[in-house]
Design a protein around this ligand. Structure first.
Ligand code: ZN
Length: 247
């Protein structure tokens, strides 16, 4: 008999089953078999890219669906700063997100953007796909109820939809899908500005509200970006967590 020992990061030894994708994105996914996702339009997408040994950088630049699910997102407040490779959610399969939200370079994403009023009344453009706009409205409602000294970390927003790529990976950012938002930039810490030295000033009350609506937070990444939240509900599916190496 073996006993599981809690990893320092909380979840390091855990991966996520592809079933989490089916439950998180039911409008788009019809099912799966052992090797592939089945999209509602009949397309099949392979879970693996067949590469046995991928480096961390290769996963960042060319994530398969299994890579995308290979790091579980830690629950609750962080007990200590994330390690350099604790980047749950940063491995993103471009084909997967393009198929759901569209390719902004072709103007597809833009057709499904709607305006949402942020905490301070400014307009943000986010996608209506997967109910993201409605989820963000729930975030706005709940942050609006926080005391002023906490709420102030959430505004002004540094933006939502933006057709751009992530600096270090060259791949489309979740902002390019209208499924990410940056909160107050003046209170933000970013790994590229800080030469990697972790710091966070965003109160967990704000993080918790986003997480409840299916948004992961960039403050839980080794490559931290504490103003950044993106809609990734697959990371909150507790039934999909499995120990690494059991697949
Ligand atoms: Zn961002």
């Amino acid at each position: 008999m073996t006993f599981a020992i809690a990893a320092p990061f909380g979840t390091r030894a855990e991966t996520i089953s592809p079933d989490a994708l089916l439950r998180a994105y039911p409008d788009h996914l019809a099912g799966r078999d052992k090797d592939a996702l089945l999209w509602r339009d009949g397309m099949k997408q392979a879970l693996s890219d067949g590469k046995a040994e991928k480096s961390f950088d290769d996963k960042l630049a060319n994530a398969s669906l299994l890579d995308q699910l290979s790091l579980a997102y830690p629950k609750g407040p962080l007990a200590r700063p994330p390690g350099p490779r604790d980047d749950p959610g940063r491995f993103r399969n471009t084909e997967f997100f393009d198929r759901m939200y569209g390719n902004c370079e072709k103007g597809e994403t833009q057709r499904r953007l709607v305006d949402v009023s942020w905490i301070d009344g400014t307009k943000l453009r986010v996608t209506s796909v997967n109910g993201v706009a409605d989820r963000l409205r729930a975030v706005i409602r709940d942050i609006g109820r926080l005391p002023q000294d906490i709420k102030r970390y959430a505004y002004p927003s540094a933006g939502a939809f933006n057709c751009r790529v992530v600096k270090d990976t060259g791949k489309r950012s979740m902002h390019a899908y209208g499924a990410a938002i940056d909160v107050n930039v003046a209170q933000a810490d970013y790994w590229l500005w800080r030469k990697g030295a972790y710091r966070n000033r965003v109160p967990f009350e704000i993080v918790e509200i986003f997480e409840r609506q299916g948004f992961i937070w960039g403050g839980k990444w080794g490559h931290f970006d504490t103003m950044h939240f993106e809609y990734r509900p697959e990371f909150f599916d507790d039934d999909a967590r499995e120990s690494a190496g059991t697949k």
